[in-house]
Design a protein around this ligand. Sequence first.
Ligand code: PCA
Length: 204
Amino acid sequence: MNILLTGFEKFGKEKMNPSWDAIKDLDGAVINNVRIFCRQLPVSFKRAPTIVKELLRSIRPRFYIAFGLAGGRNTVTVERVAINIMDSTKPDNDNYTPKDETIFEDGPAAYFATVPIKDIIKVLRGKRIPAIISNSAGTYVCNTVFYSGLYYANKLGLETKVGFIHLPYDTAQVLDKDKPSLPLSLIKNGIVELINFLIEMKNR
Ligand code: PCA
């Protein structure tokens, strides 16, 4: 069995993206015969979905959990829903700024996460990480990746369960700012616990 985790490269004015830093060391780990694949995605509306498709097709993961940064949010947020829209005021890293565009013409308006979001929240809180449900992953690249994961899992006929988790700033990013954050070390502990939970879940 395989598990796929993705994080993003940096974007905007930030010098790092905790969604990648939090997972990168886990790439190649094997836990109870389960192999963990960690990949970095570009902050690109056009390129990221194709990469997600290729990763799902080649890795055929039982679980795909994507991570992204939601700078300004206070807690870890586990996303409930992905919507078929790309709409932004900020350009992506390819300098593309979509307005009211659908991601896939033949896709539904929305998909729900196919991982058990409330159990994931329990697991994170068990590690003393503040975590809540979010009912919107926004309309920027994170939502596009979340939607693409669900769309392609479906299209490719895979059993992959897909989820998306937004992280607040890493404390190291905001040492001189009045902004909410969580330390990366804490987030990393939570992700290891989450992987253990997913493996357990599959064995049940
Ligand atoms: N966060 C952005 C895109 C990349 C990332 O880490 C978002 O929330 O859409």
